[in-house]
Design a protein around this ligand. Structure first.
Ligand code: FAD
Length: 596
């Protein structure tokens, strides 16, 4: 342990030093797959860390599946058609290069996971089974029951352990060390001991998840997906892109909020696999309403289409008492449901509902941020030595995401980033003294001042108000007046966030106070992006501009400007390859009625 004086010389700041070549922040599927690739390419001196225990990352909550054009049932499927479906769903705001980086790799990635022992569900012939998922032309979603994420992460963690990849649990990164041009490492604290740590690292990979939990009703764990990854990168000088595109999953649990048994489940995901296996939506009048909104693709149309349809049924008075609609798979027999959807079946059975006998209630819920850090095809940002991958990065999903594509993105970009880093890694980093004085120690002094503070506001209530503000002002339906009100409310929340009551560094309130800072950055870029994009496209729906505008085939970027300001600019989208253009011209589309 070294003892240094903080830059304002009022308080000594103690911190530990760790020197590594590559620091991977995040141990979900994206971070774990990067570490495996680095190990296989002979890169030593890598450290992976996460703010939870080993094997406990948000990835474990992923349910329905992972996409790749294996063609188990539909041999005519191909990576080019997978890319075409992804671009269609993304309303052509996706970066075609990144989409193809993913779709080209995925058949191999799925087979590799099979060789590594992933517990896929299988066909009678023993092949990797693939199911229908919304808006995909073919059965392309490989799965392990409805616990695909857990199975994937277990497989990757086991492989990382076989390669002796060093891992540190329960460390939270609070700031990257960067001069805006290059990254030199990161600062954080050990959540068990409260010790501050400076990680010197020539390369930093952010694989720290997304930002969907900044909404009131969300499918994420409350303490994950608070915007850590995007906010850390933004603060370090990287640009954020597409932040206005937030996916509202059509089927979150709709519950009686006054019932203590059900209330904690509000907004939790009812996997798309329920519809992929034949589940049907009915309003409170017993009408199968998707026939009115999407007679061809029905319940398996794109998530934004189904979410808005449910929202409309509810606001027009055809919803249930709990503000949802019914999702019914009781026409399938109990053995089938238990086999294909074991966790869903169990969850509802524990709450007293047998899915083989009765429908469940569902309503839209914030699920995934399509935006994130702008990177190139190798996952590298504009800041030298800083990478961002998995849910932290932007570009693959555009204006909306196909279910099953985010797990695909984690492993595909884990490999792409690992390859790129292996070509350029040149030993442990060293944080320049000037940055230690001007950035590291003042930041640690701020953290020290935040701990044990007796301020006017409770951190949990500020976070709850922030989430409510996002749901109200930049939810499924948006308009200029409400977005402006949301930005004003955000300024007030920032004010409150500067005067919090916080416990010691090891307390939950300290973690939440750090998270609140990240969430405010993510929230501001979502609100500003939604205001700037005066059109409707994919998951972003402006009631005052309900049509798509072809001039808006551009991505909105945000960068931090001097004096705490924010700078936005737009960039045009790239062109898909010839093979993908051909697949787009062929006009493949899901034929929902195959399911009936
Ligand atoms: C309920 C649910 C179901 C889903 N189902 C599917 C599905 O079926 N198919 C699909 O493709 N996608 C699905 N998704 C999306 C998918 O699970 C995620 O996009 C994906 O798992 C993200 O993986 P990741 O490695 O990028 O991040 P994560 O798994 O979120 O891992 C982030 C890591 O970063 C660490 N971390 C975060 N912040 C910090 C910090 N400040 N300091 C240190 N460490 C930090 C965390 O501890 C963790 O280790 C689902 C999402 C949800 C919420």
């Amino acid at each position: 342990m070294n003892e240094h004086e903080s830059a304002d010389r009022t308080r000594p700041v103690e911190y530990d030093h760790v020197d590594v070549s590559v620091l991977v922040v995040g141990a979900g599927a994206a971070g774990a797959r990067t570490a495996i690739e680095l190990a296989d390419r002979g890169v030593e001196d890598v450290l992976v860390l996460g703010k939870r225990g080993h094997g406990d990352a948000h990835t474990t909550w992923a349910r329905g599946g992972i996409n790749g054009a294996l063609g188990t049932h539909d041999p005519e499927d191909s990576p080019a058609i997978h890319a075409a479906d992804t671009l269609n769903e993304g309303h052509f705001l996706n970066d075609p290069g990144k989409v193809e980086t993913m779709t080209e790799q995925m058949p191999d990635r799925l087979r590799e996971l099979d060789e590594w022992g992933m517990a896929y569900s299988r066909t009678e012939d023993g092949e990797i089974d693939q199911r229908f998922f919304g808006a995909q032309s073919f059965r392309r979603t490989a799965f392990a029951g409805d616990h695909t994420g857990e199975s994937l992460l277990n497989t990757l963690v086991e492989q990382a352990q076989k390669r002796d990849v060093p891992y540190r649990e329960n460390v939270m990164i609070t700031k990257l060390v960067s001069d805006g041009e290059a990254a030199y490492g990161a600062v954080g604290f050990d959540m068990d001991t409260g010790e501050f740590v400076l990680f010197n690292a020539g390369t930093v990979v952010l694989a720290a998840g997304g930002y969907a939990a900044i909404y009131d009703r969300h499918t994420s764990r409350d303490d994950e997906n608070n915007g850590d990854g995007p906010a850390l990168a933004y603060d370090a000088g990287a640009s954020l892109m597409d932040m206005e595109f937030v996916q509202f999953h059509p089927t979150g649990m709709a519950v009686d909020e006054d019932d203590p048994e059900w209330a904690p489940w509000s907004g939790r995901l009812v996997t798309e696999a329920v519809r992929g296996e034949g589940g049907r939506l009915f309003n409170a009048d017993g009408e199968r309403f998707m026939e009115r909104y999407s007679p061809d693709q029905m319940e398996l149309d794109a998530r934004d289409v189904v979410a808005r349809a449910i929202g409309k049924e509810v606001t027009e008075g055809r919803g249930t008492d709990n503000g949802g609609v019914y999702l019914d798979i009781s026409h399938r027999d109990a053995d089938f449901i238990r086999d294909r959807l074991p966790r869903m079946y169990e969850r509802f059975a524990d709450l007293g509902v047998d899915m083989a006998e009765a429908p469940v209630e569902v309503a839209p819920t914030a699920h995934y941020g399509m935006g994130g850090v702008a990177v190139d095809d190798g996952g590298e940002t504009d800041v030298d030595g800083l990478f961002a991958i998995g849910e932290t990065m932007a570009g693959v999903h555009g204006a909306n995401r196909l279910g099953g594509n985010s797990l695909a993105e984690t492993v595909a970009f884990g490999v792409a980033a690992g390859e790129r880093i292996a070509e350029r890694v040149d030993g442990p980093g060293a944080v320049p003294d000037a940055l230690v004085d001007s950035l590291v120690e003042p930041h640690l002094a701020d953290l020290t001042a935040t701990a044990n503070r007796d301020g006017a506001h409770n951190v949990e209530s500020v976070l709850a108000d922030l989430r409510a503000c996002m749901w109200t002002h930049t939810g499924i339906l948006r308009d200029e007046a409400s977005l402006r009100t949301g930005l004003d409310a955000l300024a007030d929340l920032r004010e409150r966030a500067s005067d919090l009551t916080v416990g010691p560094v090891t307390s939950e309130s300290f973690e939440l106070a750090v998270d609140l800072g990240f969430s405010l950055t993510a929230a501001e870029t979502v609100l500003r992006g939604a205001l700037e994009r005066d059109e409707s496209r994919g998951a972003h729906y402006r009631t005052d501009h309900p049509e798509a505008d072809s001039d808006w085939i551009r991505n909105i970027h945000f960068e931090s400007a001097d004096l705490g300001g924010i700078h936005s600019y737009t960039e045009p989208v790239g062109t898909p390859s010839e093979a993908v253009r051909a697949a787009l011209d062929e006009g493949h589309e899901l034929d929902y009625h195959q399911l009936e």
